[in-house]
Design a protein around this ligand. Structure first.
Ligand code: ATP
Length: 356
């Protein structure tokens, strides 16, 4: 497979050690999406096929598996590559603002606000490019129906508007688990039907064979280049790459390499970088979580928020009430966690009891 311009540029700008350069050179890459496993080659094929078609796409993959990167890759492979690529995380928007964000609004369209400027929504702003709607199943059922209508008619009605506006963009919607296989799904069946014309599955890292090693070497090569160092992965680190299941996928791997890089004077010890978040332990009753004294406050806050969300079965309004924060604050935190690369949906480790 041809090497992408992205990768060529990345390599040109890096001064890699021989071993790292070898690792990176071995990697197949399309649009910065690295991988050479069978699972990734199948993904590259799906992306190329979808890019050549004029259809909206449903992208299915666990948190941190690379859905956004895959969507960018699809965009770059398509005839829309010179047009804008916009991302909207449907789960991180305040419920009252999502409609304006998507479809735009006329001036003063919000009855609660006197001077509310007119704004164009994401669909319009994307022009003939690609609009990535992350976590589309986080939209309310009503908003999902409105979205379905837009996808079918290719027209949007701004909030408070009287005239519909034509749209030209391709929509890529993401979900974390396959709604076609789930017993219950928050995605409305009508919308799922519409989006399922062209589904693309991004495989979890645990199904990508040796790609974890290639990716780890790549992330390390980038850090070495940025810091002017020549740190290496220890043999034990390479062994633990395949022993661990990477529930947070490539994002978790990238963060683990970064953590190990900061702690290492010479060889990186990935094992301890992976273990660190697991120091949190539960007492098994689903309601408490033990956090070691000395845990950074930001980490403790994050685990508490995730634990509460889990207790509330994902209901953000109830979780915010229990935590004593506004819904907006909760959304801001979740948004920041995603941006910083934490896997918000990975809620296996979060029963809290503040020790001592
Ligand atoms: N195959 C890959 N090659 C290189 N980097 C990757 C690959 N897959 C993911 N990454 C990196 O991992 C991180 C997470 O990827 P991305 O944001 O695309 O995942 P996601 O599935 O959209 O996550 P989420 O559902 O949590 O938003 C990013 O820094 C991305 O650049």
């Amino acid at each position: 497979m041809a090497r992408s311009l992205d990768q060529q540029a990345a390599e040109d700008s890096l001064s890699l050690s021989d071993a790292d350069a070898f690792a990176v050179a071995k990697v197949c890459s399309v649009g910065g999406l690295l991988g050479e496993s069978g699972a990734m080659l199948r993904l590259f094929e799906q992306l190329a096929r979808a890019a050549s078609l004029r259809v909206d796409v449903l992208m299915i993959g666990e948190g941190g598996s690379g859905k956004e990167l895959a969507a960018r890759c699809l965009h770059e492979l398509s005839e829309r590559s010179m047009q804008p690529f916009l991302v909207l995380n449907c789960g991180a928007q305040a419920p009252g603002l999502i409609e304006s964000e998507l479809f735009g609004n006329e001036a003063g369209a919000d009855p609660g606000v006197t001077h509310f400027a007119a704004q164009r929504g994401c669909f319009e702003r994307t022009g003939a490019g690609t609009l990535l709607l992350e976590e589309v199943s986080d939209l309310s059922p009503e908003m999902q129906l409105k979205l379905l209508r837009v996808l079918e008619s290719r027209r949007v009605m701004p909030v408070g508007g009287t005239r519909e506006v034509d749209i030209q963009c391709r929509v890529i919607a993401t979900v974390q688990s396959d709604p076609r296989q789930a017993k219950t799904s928050l995605l409305r069946p009508e919308l799922l039907d519409r989006l399922s014309i062209c589904p693309v599955a991004v495989p979890p890292l645990r199904d990508r064979g040796n790609d974890s090693e290639l990716l780890a070497r790549y992330f390390l090569a980038v850090l070495n280049s940025e810091e002017g160092t020549s740190k290496r992965l220890s043999d034990e680190s390479i062994a633990c790459l395949s022993r661990y299941s990477w529930p947070g996928n490539v994002r978790e791997l990238r963060n683990a390499v970064h953590r190990a890089f900061i702690l290492a004077d010479g060889d990186l010890d990935l094992g301890s970088a992976i273990d660190r978040p697991l120091q949190l332990s539960s007492n098994g009753d689903g309601r408490t979580l033990r956090i070691p004294v000395g845990t950074p406050l930001a980490d403790a806050e994050r685990w508490m928020i995730l634990a509460t969300l889990r207790k509330c079965e994902g209901n953000k309004t109830r979780a915010a009430a229990l935590l004593g924060v506004s819904l907006k604050t909760l959304y801001n935190r979740l948004h920041a966690y995603r941006a910083q690369g934490f896997n918000v949906s990975d809620t296996d480790r979060e029963l809290i009891e503040v020790a001592n």
